[in-house]
Design a binder for this molecule. Structure first.
Ligand code: CP
Ligand code: NVA
Length: 310
Protein backbone atom coordinates (compact mmCIF):
# COMPACT_ATOMS: atom_id res chain seq x y z
CA UNK A 1 0.00 0.00 0.00
CA UNK A 2 1.34 3.34 -1.03
CA UNK A 3 2.80 5.62 1.58
CA UNK A 4 1.00 8.95 1.59
CA UNK A 5 -2.27 7.46 0.39
CA UNK A 6 -5.66 8.56 1.77
CA UNK A 7 -8.25 6.09 3.00
CA UNK A 8 -11.60 7.80 2.50
CA UNK A 9 -13.43 4.86 0.96
CA UNK A 10 -12.70 1.17 0.36
CA UNK A 11 -13.01 2.01 -3.34
CA UNK A 12 -9.60 3.74 -2.88
CA UNK A 13 -8.03 0.30 -2.23
CA UNK A 14 -7.10 -2.57 -4.48
CA UNK A 15 -7.90 -6.09 -3.29
CA UNK A 16 -4.17 -6.61 -2.77
CA UNK A 17 -4.10 -3.58 -0.48
CA UNK A 18 -7.05 -4.93 1.53
CA UNK A 19 -5.18 -8.20 2.09
CA UNK A 20 -1.95 -6.32 2.86
CA UNK A 21 -3.82 -4.43 5.62
CA UNK A 22 -5.06 -7.77 7.00
CA UNK A 23 -1.56 -9.26 6.88
CA UNK A 24 0.02 -6.31 8.72
CA UNK A 25 -2.89 -6.25 11.22
CA UNK A 26 -2.35 -9.94 11.99
CA UNK A 27 1.36 -9.37 12.52
CA UNK A 28 0.87 -6.29 14.72
CA UNK A 29 -1.84 -8.05 16.74
CA UNK A 30 0.52 -10.97 17.43
CA UNK A 31 3.33 -8.58 18.38
CA UNK A 32 1.06 -6.63 20.71
CA UNK A 33 -0.09 -9.88 22.39
CA UNK A 34 3.54 -11.00 22.83
CA UNK A 35 4.47 -7.62 24.28
CA UNK A 36 6.94 -7.06 21.45
CA UNK A 37 7.68 -3.43 20.67
CA UNK A 38 6.73 -2.26 17.17
CA UNK A 39 7.50 1.44 16.95
CA UNK A 40 6.86 1.77 13.23
CA UNK A 41 5.74 5.40 13.53
CA UNK A 42 8.24 6.69 16.04
CA UNK A 43 7.97 10.46 16.46
CA UNK A 44 4.95 10.77 14.12
CA UNK A 45 1.72 12.53 15.01
CA UNK A 46 -1.87 11.85 13.92
CA UNK A 47 -4.49 14.58 14.35
CA UNK A 48 -7.95 13.18 15.05
CA UNK A 49 -10.86 15.53 14.22
CA UNK A 50 -14.19 14.56 15.75
CA UNK A 51 -17.48 16.22 14.79
CA UNK A 52 -19.43 13.30 16.30
CA UNK A 53 -19.19 11.20 19.45
CA UNK A 54 -16.94 8.12 19.59
CA UNK A 55 -15.69 5.47 21.99
CA UNK A 56 -13.98 2.83 19.82
CA UNK A 57 -12.63 5.02 17.03
CA UNK A 58 -11.16 7.64 19.32
CA UNK A 59 -9.57 5.24 21.78
CA UNK A 60 -8.29 2.72 19.22
CA UNK A 61 -6.66 5.38 17.02
CA UNK A 62 -5.13 7.19 19.98
CA UNK A 63 -3.83 4.03 21.67
CA UNK A 64 -2.77 2.65 18.29
CA UNK A 65 -0.55 5.66 17.61
CA UNK A 66 0.98 5.33 21.06
CA UNK A 67 1.72 1.62 20.53
CA UNK A 68 3.36 2.49 17.20
CA UNK A 69 5.70 4.92 18.96
CA UNK A 70 3.88 8.06 17.83
CA UNK A 71 1.14 10.26 19.20
CA UNK A 72 -2.56 10.78 18.53
CA UNK A 73 -3.93 14.26 19.09
CA UNK A 74 -7.65 14.52 19.89
CA UNK A 75 -9.14 17.53 18.10
CA UNK A 76 -12.79 18.05 19.05
CA UNK A 77 -14.34 20.05 16.20
CA UNK A 78 -16.08 22.44 18.57
CA UNK A 79 -12.68 23.41 20.01
CA UNK A 80 -11.07 23.95 16.60
CA UNK A 81 -11.55 27.10 14.54
CA UNK A 82 -13.30 24.85 12.02
CA UNK A 83 -16.20 24.90 14.49
CA UNK A 84 -16.30 28.70 14.11
CA UNK A 85 -16.29 28.61 10.35
CA UNK A 86 -12.62 28.44 9.33
CA UNK A 87 -12.63 26.80 5.90
CA UNK A 88 -11.79 23.11 5.66
CA UNK A 89 -9.25 23.87 2.93
CA UNK A 90 -7.34 26.23 5.24
CA UNK A 91 -7.49 23.77 8.14
CA UNK A 92 -6.12 21.06 5.83
CA UNK A 93 -3.11 23.11 4.78
CA UNK A 94 -2.31 24.31 8.29
CA UNK A 95 -2.57 20.86 9.86
CA UNK A 96 -0.38 19.45 7.08
CA UNK A 97 2.46 21.68 8.36
CA UNK A 98 2.30 20.14 11.87
CA UNK A 99 1.09 16.58 11.53
CA UNK A 100 1.96 13.36 9.67
CA UNK A 101 -1.64 12.21 9.20
CA UNK A 102 -5.26 13.20 9.87
CA UNK A 103 -8.19 11.04 10.89
CA UNK A 104 -11.59 12.68 10.65
CA UNK A 105 -15.10 11.72 11.80
CA UNK A 106 -17.79 14.03 10.52
CA UNK A 107 -21.19 14.22 8.81
CA UNK A 108 -20.47 15.17 5.21
CA UNK A 109 -18.38 12.86 3.07
CA UNK A 110 -17.72 15.75 0.66
CA UNK A 111 -16.05 17.63 3.53
CA UNK A 112 -13.62 14.75 4.07
CA UNK A 113 -12.88 14.68 0.33
CA UNK A 114 -12.17 18.41 0.44
CA UNK A 115 -9.89 17.97 3.45
CA UNK A 116 -7.97 15.26 1.62
CA UNK A 117 -7.73 17.35 -1.55
CA UNK A 118 -6.04 20.20 0.29
CA UNK A 119 -3.98 18.20 2.81
CA UNK A 120 -0.60 16.91 1.70
CA UNK A 121 -0.55 14.22 4.39
CA UNK A 122 -2.70 11.04 4.47
CA UNK A 123 -6.34 11.49 5.50
CA UNK A 124 -8.27 8.58 7.03
CA UNK A 125 -12.07 8.49 7.18
CA UNK A 126 -13.15 7.64 10.74
CA UNK A 127 -16.85 7.67 9.71
CA UNK A 128 -19.04 9.92 7.61
CA UNK A 129 -22.78 9.75 6.95
CA UNK A 130 -21.87 7.78 3.80
CA UNK A 131 -19.10 5.37 4.82
CA UNK A 132 -17.25 3.76 7.72
CA UNK A 133 -14.31 2.07 5.96
CA UNK A 134 -12.09 1.33 9.01
CA UNK A 135 -14.98 -0.53 10.64
CA UNK A 136 -15.85 -2.55 7.52
CA UNK A 137 -12.20 -3.55 6.98
CA UNK A 138 -12.04 -4.62 10.63
CA UNK A 139 -15.25 -6.60 10.23
CA UNK A 140 -13.91 -8.71 7.37
CA UNK A 141 -10.57 -9.13 9.13
CA UNK A 142 -12.52 -10.46 12.14
CA UNK A 143 -14.70 -12.66 9.91
CA UNK A 144 -11.53 -14.13 8.38
CA UNK A 145 -10.19 -14.99 11.84
CA UNK A 146 -13.30 -17.09 12.42
CA UNK A 147 -14.05 -18.36 8.93
CA UNK A 148 -10.74 -18.37 7.04
CA UNK A 149 -11.06 -17.68 3.32
CA UNK A 150 -13.79 -15.07 2.73
CA UNK A 151 -14.44 -15.70 -0.95
CA UNK A 152 -17.65 -17.69 -1.26
CA UNK A 153 -18.77 -16.94 2.31
CA UNK A 154 -22.01 -15.02 2.88
CA UNK A 155 -22.65 -11.97 5.06
CA UNK A 156 -26.27 -11.01 5.78
CA UNK A 157 -26.88 -7.41 6.79
CA UNK A 158 -30.25 -6.74 8.42
CA UNK A 159 -31.42 -3.19 9.16
CA UNK A 160 -30.73 0.33 7.99
CA UNK A 161 -29.07 1.07 4.64
CA UNK A 162 -26.54 3.35 6.32
CA UNK A 163 -22.79 4.15 6.29
CA UNK A 164 -22.05 0.70 7.70
CA UNK A 165 -23.75 -1.35 5.00
CA UNK A 166 -22.40 0.97 2.28
CA UNK A 167 -18.85 0.22 3.42
CA UNK A 168 -19.61 -3.50 3.84
CA UNK A 169 -20.97 -3.65 0.28
CA UNK A 170 -17.70 -2.17 -0.96
CA UNK A 171 -15.42 -4.50 0.98
CA UNK A 172 -17.44 -7.68 0.33
CA UNK A 173 -17.54 -6.91 -3.40
CA UNK A 174 -13.80 -6.28 -3.33
CA UNK A 175 -12.85 -9.63 -1.75
CA UNK A 176 -15.50 -11.72 -3.47
CA UNK A 177 -17.67 -12.38 -0.40
CA UNK A 178 -21.45 -12.62 -0.93
CA UNK A 179 -23.57 -9.99 0.79
CA UNK A 180 -27.35 -10.09 1.21
CA UNK A 181 -28.94 -6.93 2.53
CA UNK A 182 -32.46 -6.70 3.97
CA UNK A 183 -33.83 -3.24 4.74
CA UNK A 184 -37.34 -1.80 4.98
CA UNK A 185 -38.52 -0.05 1.84
CA UNK A 186 -37.12 3.48 1.70
CA UNK A 187 -34.06 2.60 3.79
CA UNK A 188 -31.94 0.94 1.09
CA UNK A 189 -28.16 1.46 0.80
CA UNK A 190 -26.81 4.40 -1.22
CA UNK A 191 -27.65 3.89 -4.92
CA UNK A 192 -24.28 5.00 -6.30
CA UNK A 193 -22.33 2.85 -3.83
CA UNK A 194 -24.54 -0.13 -4.64
CA UNK A 195 -24.05 0.29 -8.39
CA UNK A 196 -20.29 0.56 -7.95
CA UNK A 197 -20.25 -2.49 -5.65
CA UNK A 198 -22.22 -4.50 -8.21
CA UNK A 199 -19.65 -3.61 -10.89
CA UNK A 200 -16.77 -4.68 -8.62
CA UNK A 201 -18.68 -7.84 -7.62
CA UNK A 202 -19.15 -8.84 -11.24
CA UNK A 203 -15.38 -9.19 -11.47
CA UNK A 204 -14.63 -10.67 -8.03
CA UNK A 205 -17.45 -13.23 -8.11
CA UNK A 206 -19.33 -11.77 -5.14
CA UNK A 207 -23.13 -12.11 -5.18
CA UNK A 208 -25.01 -9.01 -3.98
CA UNK A 209 -28.72 -8.93 -3.18
CA UNK A 210 -30.79 -6.12 -1.67
CA UNK A 211 -34.38 -6.80 -0.65
CA UNK A 212 -36.99 -6.41 2.12
CA UNK A 213 -36.82 -10.11 2.95
CA UNK A 214 -34.98 -10.89 6.18
CA UNK A 215 -35.38 -14.67 5.92
CA UNK A 216 -34.01 -14.83 2.36
CA UNK A 217 -31.09 -12.57 3.29
CA UNK A 218 -30.11 -14.57 6.34
CA UNK A 219 -30.51 -18.05 4.78
CA UNK A 220 -27.16 -19.89 4.69
CA UNK A 221 -25.33 -16.84 6.08
CA UNK A 222 -21.91 -17.28 7.70
CA UNK A 223 -22.01 -13.80 9.24
CA UNK A 224 -25.13 -11.98 10.45
CA UNK A 225 -24.56 -8.23 10.82
CA UNK A 226 -26.69 -5.38 12.08
CA UNK A 227 -26.32 -1.75 13.15
CA UNK A 228 -28.51 0.86 14.84
CA UNK A 229 -31.76 1.94 13.20
CA UNK A 230 -31.03 5.64 13.78
CA UNK A 231 -27.43 6.71 13.22
CA UNK A 232 -25.70 9.73 14.73
CA UNK A 233 -27.47 12.82 13.39
CA UNK A 234 -30.80 10.98 12.90
CA UNK A 235 -31.94 11.12 16.52
CA UNK A 236 -35.10 13.10 15.62
CA UNK A 237 -36.23 10.21 13.35
CA UNK A 238 -35.96 7.63 16.15
CA UNK A 239 -39.72 7.22 16.75
CA UNK A 240 -40.62 6.85 13.07
CA UNK A 241 -37.72 4.48 12.50
CA UNK A 242 -38.74 2.24 15.43
CA UNK A 243 -42.03 1.70 13.60
CA UNK A 244 -40.54 1.35 10.12
CA UNK A 245 -37.94 -1.20 11.22
CA UNK A 246 -40.43 -3.53 12.88
CA UNK A 247 -39.51 -7.05 11.70
CA UNK A 248 -35.85 -6.18 11.04
CA UNK A 249 -34.45 -7.23 14.41
CA UNK A 250 -31.68 -9.82 14.72
CA UNK A 251 -33.13 -12.20 17.30
CA UNK A 252 -33.14 -15.90 18.10
CA UNK A 253 -35.68 -16.67 15.34
CA UNK A 254 -33.61 -14.89 12.70
CA UNK A 255 -30.42 -16.62 13.86
CA UNK A 256 -32.11 -20.03 13.42
CA UNK A 257 -32.32 -19.30 9.67
CA UNK A 258 -28.56 -18.71 9.28
CA UNK A 259 -25.92 -21.46 9.25
CA UNK A 260 -25.73 -23.08 12.70
CA UNK A 261 -22.13 -21.86 13.11
CA UNK A 262 -22.84 -18.33 11.88
CA UNK A 263 -21.22 -15.50 13.80
CA UNK A 264 -23.03 -12.30 14.80
CA UNK A 265 -21.42 -8.92 14.31
CA UNK A 266 -22.34 -5.35 15.22
CA UNK A 267 -20.08 -2.31 14.93
CA UNK A 268 -21.37 -1.01 18.29
CA UNK A 269 -22.78 0.94 20.03
CA UNK A 270 -25.84 -1.36 20.04
CA UNK A 271 -29.42 -0.65 21.07
CA UNK A 272 -30.49 -3.88 22.71
CA UNK A 273 -34.16 -4.65 22.12
CA UNK A 274 -34.17 -2.65 18.87
CA UNK A 275 -31.91 -3.91 16.06
CA UNK A 276 -30.62 -6.85 18.14
CA UNK A 277 -31.81 -8.71 21.22
CA UNK A 278 -29.77 -8.86 24.40
CA UNK A 279 -29.90 -12.66 24.14
CA UNK A 280 -28.21 -12.69 20.70
CA UNK A 281 -25.57 -10.04 21.37
CA UNK A 282 -24.63 -11.76 24.65
CA UNK A 283 -24.96 -15.25 23.14
CA UNK A 284 -22.32 -17.76 21.99
CA UNK A 285 -22.45 -16.72 18.33
CA UNK A 286 -21.67 -13.07 19.05
CA UNK A 287 -18.11 -11.88 18.31
CA UNK A 288 -18.77 -8.18 18.89
CA UNK A 289 -15.97 -7.62 21.41
CA UNK A 290 -13.33 -9.33 19.26
CA UNK A 291 -14.61 -7.13 16.45
CA UNK A 292 -14.24 -4.03 18.63
CA UNK A 293 -10.72 -5.07 19.71
CA UNK A 294 -9.69 -5.59 16.10
CA UNK A 295 -10.34 -1.91 15.33
CA UNK A 296 -7.06 -1.31 17.16
CA UNK A 297 -5.03 -3.84 15.18
CA UNK A 298 -6.48 -3.06 11.75
CA UNK A 299 -6.15 0.70 12.18
CA UNK A 300 -2.56 0.32 13.36
CA UNK A 301 -1.92 -1.52 10.10
CA UNK A 302 -3.60 1.25 8.08
CA UNK A 303 -1.63 3.94 9.95
CA UNK A 304 1.68 2.12 9.53
CA UNK A 305 1.03 1.62 5.82
CA UNK A 306 -0.18 5.10 4.87
CA UNK A 307 2.18 6.96 7.20
CA UNK A 308 5.17 5.04 5.97
CA UNK A 309 6.07 2.69 8.80
CA UNK A 310 5.31 -0.72 7.26
N1 CP B 1 -17.99 1.37 15.91
C1 CP B 1 -17.55 2.64 16.12
O1 CP B 1 -17.06 3.35 15.23
O2 CP B 1 -17.69 3.03 17.41
P1 CP B 1 -17.51 4.51 18.00
O3 CP B 1 -18.67 5.34 17.47
O4 CP B 1 -17.56 4.32 19.48
O5 CP B 1 -16.20 5.08 17.53
N1 NVA C 1 -24.32 3.81 11.72
C1 NVA C 1 -23.77 4.24 12.99
C2 NVA C 1 -22.42 3.66 13.20
C3 NVA C 1 -21.75 4.03 14.50
C4 NVA C 1 -20.38 3.45 14.64
C5 NVA C 1 -23.72 5.77 13.03
O1 NVA C 1 -23.35 6.37 12.02
O2 NVA C 1 -24.10 6.33 14.05
Amino acid sequence: MVKGKDLLSISDLTVEEVYRIFEVAKDLKAKQKRGEQHHLLRGKTLGMIFQKASTRTRVSFEVGMWQLGGQGLFLGASDLQIGRGEPVKDTARVLSRYLDGIMIRTFSHAEVEELARYADIPVINGLTDLLHPCQALTDLFTASEYKGELKGRKLAYIGDGNNMVNALLQVCAKVGMDIAVATPQGYEPDGAILAEARAVAAKSGSNITVSKHVSAAVAEADVVYTDVWASMGQESEQVVRMRDFDGFQVNRGVMKLAKPDAIVMHCLPAHRGEEITDEVIEGPQSVVFDEAENRLHVQKAILALVMGGA
